[in-house]
Design a protein around this ligand. Structure first.
Ligand code: IPE
Length: 259
């Protein structure tokens, strides 16, 4: 089975609160369906989560009562987004059901813990894809916290037999420097822990490659000798589909992870 995260930058317009990219999601669902592969999808929250989360400091956990209505609103918004995605999946012929992460996971000081995964495992056995997503989830020490789709990917990759991991984002992959400001920036077709270390030391404190370094770190954690993790641009028509068909596409492959 392949696990795919549809990033918030692809499925939503991150600059506008609750703006869904319906056309893009519809195309990606068709590309997934046409691949004929067994796939598990996780999605990000994009502007359905990040806008209010930032405004109310939800990532820091509970600190004041006025955060509570925002924490509830985000969970409403992410469920709304998830249902829109499921609608596109069903239209493409993919049997899928949205499963809020708070129903089978809790966090402990930001670490995601799978507490009750029987239902999602049973759904998968039935041939119905359980779709989880980045959301506000309860936290044993902080009250609540932000569970990202990337964290869910790591936990689900342990729970299921996952042969390949794909992160669908709005960038072509990992560059040696920020391509927006540095003309000499090169796209890396593959990355290993040593190369990442080198880019990190050269890029200084700021994540100049556009917030992608921590994602690549997670990708390296998830990659094994037998499991590649790929970062691919989902805003380009057909690229995910080509990758799923095994074609060579513009992307970054994380190889030779820590396990
Ligand atoms: C974020 O999840 C969840 C919330 C902000 C509530 P992700 O981190 O997976 O979302 P994207 O992909 O960055 O939008």
């Amino acid at each position: 089975m392949i696990i795919i995260k549809l990033g918030g930058s692809v499925i939503t317009d991150k600059s506008q609160y609750r703006k869904f990219n319906q056309e893009r999601v519809s195309k990606l669902c068709k590309e997934i369906k046409d691949s004929g592969l067994e796939v598990l999808v996780v999605h990000g929250a994009g502007s359905f989560g990040h806008v209010l989360a930032r405004q109310y400091g939800l990532q820091n956990g509970f600190s004041s009562n006025d955060q509570i209505i925002a924490a509830a609103q985000v969970q409403y918004d992410t469920r709304d987004l998830s249902q829109m995605i499921i609608k596109e999946m069903l239209s493409a012929g993919i049997p899928a059901v949205s499963v809020a992460p708070g129903s089978c996971f809790v966090m402990n000081n930001d670490k995601l813990i799978a507490t009750d995964t029987e239902a999602i495992e049973r759904l998968n056995k039935l041939g119905i894809m359980p779709v989880t997503f980045g959301d506000v989830v309860t936290d044993r020490t902080k009250g609540f916290g932000i569970c990202s789709g990337d964290q869910l990917m790591e936990v689900l990759a342990e729970l299921f037999d996952i042969k390949k991991v794909i992160f669908v984002s709005d960038i072509d992959g990992l560059y040696t420097a920020d391509p927006k400001t540095n003309k000499g920036a090169r796209l890396l077709g593959s990355v290993d822990p040593e190369m990442l270390q080198k880019i990190k030391s050269e890029s200084g404190v700021d994540d100049v490659t556009g917030g992608v370094l921590s994602k690549v770190e997670a990708m390296l954690r998830m990659s094994t000798k037998n499991r590649d993790c790929v970062l691919v641009n989902g805003t380009v028509d057909g690229r995910l589909g080509a990758l799923l068909r095994g074609e060579t596409v513009t992307c970054t492959i994380a190889r030779g992870g820590t396990k």
